[in-house]
Design a protein around this ligand. Structure first.
Ligand SMILES: Cc1cc2nc3c(=O)[nH]c(=O)nc-3n(C[C@H](O)[C@H](O)[C@H](O)COP(=O)(O)OP(=O)(O)OC[C@H]3O[C@@H](n4cnc5c(N)ncnc54)[C@H](O)[C@@H]3O)c2cc1C
Length: 355
């Protein structure tokens, strides 16, 4: 008998699988890539700063320190390059922004902002629309999420069942879980926004947000070592190819790329670059954001063998490794889960649903 069935095949399930493996927790992954496009569409950027408010992102110090350790370990095991550390260029559009930046450099953001104000004249930035000067965010970068998912599939090939999980075939009793011919001590659901189809956890309060990105070919653009952020982002992912994003939409929750988002993304792009480009791909996915913008992790209120790891929202790359570790500490060491992420905070919704 194995310790856990992991349901899902995206970023959450993959990070949980690596963390279980590191802690000698046996598991079988049951998941299919085609049901949700979210992790595959992700740009994979981690950014310690919330630009809108010029504040530090929640738990940025802890999350970034741990994500580097975690993804480097997967790089080593899979012999695949997965992460790229690169600073984020933040152009100053108004003098006020520069003044605020300089203030923050000297106070709470000193660990994450380069103190220098840079002039927009380097060769790398030719064809980027920078009017005057810019600041640099440090300790940022990106995970190649698609490669990470492929590397995970390859490493855990023997633990993988590539299929759609059918909740009606799950048997739950006090001592064990069984699904078809598999028996396990526990099951953890990492289904992203598709948790809405899970009869055990469809009460968790997600507020999913559709997002779209485009990929362009722009041979005249020399932006290689940085991510450029100006009301959107542009980032190189291969030779002359760049990813541009992203949009937010809360009403249309299909995974179809839309004309509306394409127009919005091209508008963002026109504010960021001045050279010719060709669109080579257009992707859409639905982010599993929660109503309080924090992950939802932990135990089912009634069935003590059922667990959830969800609500990664817009920041899965940063959040998943640190909270997968917290989950394992909770499971093995009986450490409390941080209350901000513990599924317990929503147990009243389950109780209401039952009555
Ligand atoms: C356009 C866009 C850009 C983004 N950019 C970034 C970014 O730059 N940085 C960042 O950190 N985050 C980003 N995100 C968010 C990030 O993608 C998410 O936080 C993360 O991918 C969520 O992962 P997940 O595994 O919880 O969900 P999902 O990716 O939705 O994965 C769920 C998985 O479970 C499978 N599944 C579900 N139900 C079943 C079932 N019944 N049977 C079998 N399999 C099932 C699905 O097919 C899928 O493989 C972006 C998202 C979008 C849409």
């Amino acid at each position: 008998m194995i310790d856990f069935i992991i349901v899902g095949r995206g970023l959450a399930a993959s990070v949980i699988a690596h963390t279980f493996h590191q802690n000698n927790i046996s598991f079988k992954i049951i998941g299919n890539h085609d049901l949700s496009n979210c992790s595959k569409a992700a740009a994979g950027i981690w950014n310690p700063i919330v630009f809108k408010r010029m504040t530090k992102s929640w738990l940025a110090d802890e999350l970034i320190s741990y994500l580097n350790t975690f993804y480097k370990d997967v790089e080593y095991k899979s012999r695949t390059k997965l992460i790229t550390q690169r600073a984020i260029i933040k152009p100053f559009v108004e003098e006020q922004e520069k003044i605020l930046w300089q203030k923050k450099v000297k106070s709470e953001l000193s660990d994450f902002l380069d103190p220098e104000i840079h002039d927009a004249n380097s060769a790398e930035l030719k064809n980027c629309k920078l009017t005057e000067s810019y600041g640099l965010v440090e300790h940022s970068g990106n995970l190649n999420v698609s490669e990470f998912l492929k590397a995970t599939d390859a490493l855990f090939e023997k633990n993988l069942m590539d299929e759609v999980f059918d909740h009606s075939q799950l048997n739950v009793n006090e001592k064990l879980i069984s699904y078809k011919d598999i028996t396990a001590n526990n099951i953890i659901f990492c289904e992203g926004y598709l948790v809405k189809n899970n009869p055990y956890f469809n009460w968790i309060p997600l507020k999913p947000a559709k997002g779209e990105t485009i990929e362009i070919s722009a041979p005249q653009l020399k932006l290689k070592d940085h991510i450029f952020n100006k009301n959107g982002f542009i980032m190189q992912f291969a030779n002359d190819n760049f990813k541009v994003g992203a949009t937010y939409e809360w009403n249309d929750l299909t995974e179809e790329p839309t004309k509306k988002a394409l127009v919005e993304l091209e508008q963002k792009l026109s504010q960021m670059i001045s050279c010719k480009y060709q669109i080579i791909a257009h992707q859409a996915g639905v982010r599993p954001s929660s109503i309080d913008r924090r992950p939802i992790i932990g135990l089912h209120p009634e069935y003590k063998k059922l667990f959830i790891f969800n609500g990664l929202g817009t920041k899965g790359v940063m959040l998943a490794p640190y909270f997968a570790k917290k989950f394992v500490n909770f499971y093995l060491q009986k450490e409390d889960l941080p209350k901000e992420v513990n599924a317990e905070r929503f147990y009243s919704l389950y109780a209401n649903k039952k009555t």
